[in-house]
Ligand binder design. Structure first.
Ligand SMILES: [Mn+2]
Length: 292
């Protein structure tokens, strides 16, 4: 608990922004397996109360299942904004990573796009637009949507631009689409690839990010596929070139301890791919970081 603030853990059940079903059950699986006991006094839990999103609404191959994704995103935006105004640190528990556009929108409306930085720990850059995306999967677009680079149909909240590239720090990406490289460069996004982290060491990289975000309100967005697939297989894309678990744990802990994080996402955990609960236990350890 920091400055007397508790986390408000928000269920955000959407998976159709990705090709894999199952992440929509992450909240209910983790809660029934004991996450509230792990968090103790540090967190309050808030199940989703909007329209459920299991249905697939594929109308446009460039924006797959847009309506379903946006229904959950609009609801999560509303709930994140309320959590912030009620004095909580909201934690959006996905669900797939399309949700980040909604949590970032709420944070940006409260603090202003100029005052918000995003630290984005992910195997992917998630900065495609509907024009550059090879798949049309919206979980690959949330950063571009938050920057106002996508169609207005991906706008959540009151404003089109909620984030600037110069305030965006992607850590651990290694699966980056061709069209994303140009966007990263044009927008001035700070990209620390998995290769760079392995070369320089996670401590040096994350300390550089922490120093660079000084004075900003930070949203921390964590995709479990940033962890090496052999260590954390319970996700849509378990990738061997992702970061070692120990690096990711170090990065999350360093950011949490040294940065005034105002909001978080934890996304892409798929309990259907975790029959023995090994990844659940890793997540419980990671959530324990956010108790301190
Ligand atoms: Mn992601």
């Amino acid at each position: 608990m920091r400055n007397g603030k508790k986390l408000l853990i928000l269920e955000a059940p959407v998976s159709v922004g990705s090709p894999t079903r199952g992440t929509e059950d992450a909240y209910s699986a983790l809660v029934s397996d004991g996450l509230p006991g792990v968090m103790g006094d540090a967190a309050v839990f808030s199940p989703y109360d909007g329209e459920r999103s299991a249905k697939e609404t594929l109308h446009d191959e460039r924006l797959r299942h847009l309506e379903t994704v946006m229904t959950v995103c609009r609801e999560n935006y509303r709930r994140t904004a309320k959590a912030l105004s009620d004095g909580y640190i909201p934690l959006t528990l996905g669900g797939d990573h399309s949700l980040a556009m909604s949590s970032v929108a709420a944070v940006s409306e409260k603090y202003g796009a100029d005052g918000v930085a995003v630290i984005y720990i992910d195997a992917h850059a998630d900065i495609n637009t509907e024009a550059t995306s090879p798949s049309g999967m919206i979980h690959g677009m949330p950063l571009a949507a938050a920057m106002g680079l996508c169609t207005e149909r991906l706008t959540v909240g009151k404003r089109r631009v909620n984030l600037y590239g110069k305030n965006t720090y992607i850590v651990g990406a290694h699966s980056i689409d061709e069209g994303e490289w140009g966007i990263i460069e044009e927008q001035g996004v700070h990209l620390y690839t998995a290769d760079e982290v392995k070369r320089r060491g996670i401590d040096e990289v994350i300390n550089e990010v922490i120093r660079a975000t000084e004075g900003m309100h930070v949203h921390l967005s964590f995709d479990v596929d940033s962890i090496r697939g052999d260590e954390f297989p319970a996700t849509g894309y378990a990738l061997k070139d992702s970061l070692p678990l120990s690096d990711v744990v170090y990065a999350l802990g360093a950011v949490w301890d040294d940065v005034p994080v105002v909001s978080l996402d934890v996304v892409e955990y798929n309990p259907r791919r975790d029959p023995a609960g090994a990844c659940r236990d890793i997540l419980f350890d990671i959530f324990s970081i956010f108790k301190r």
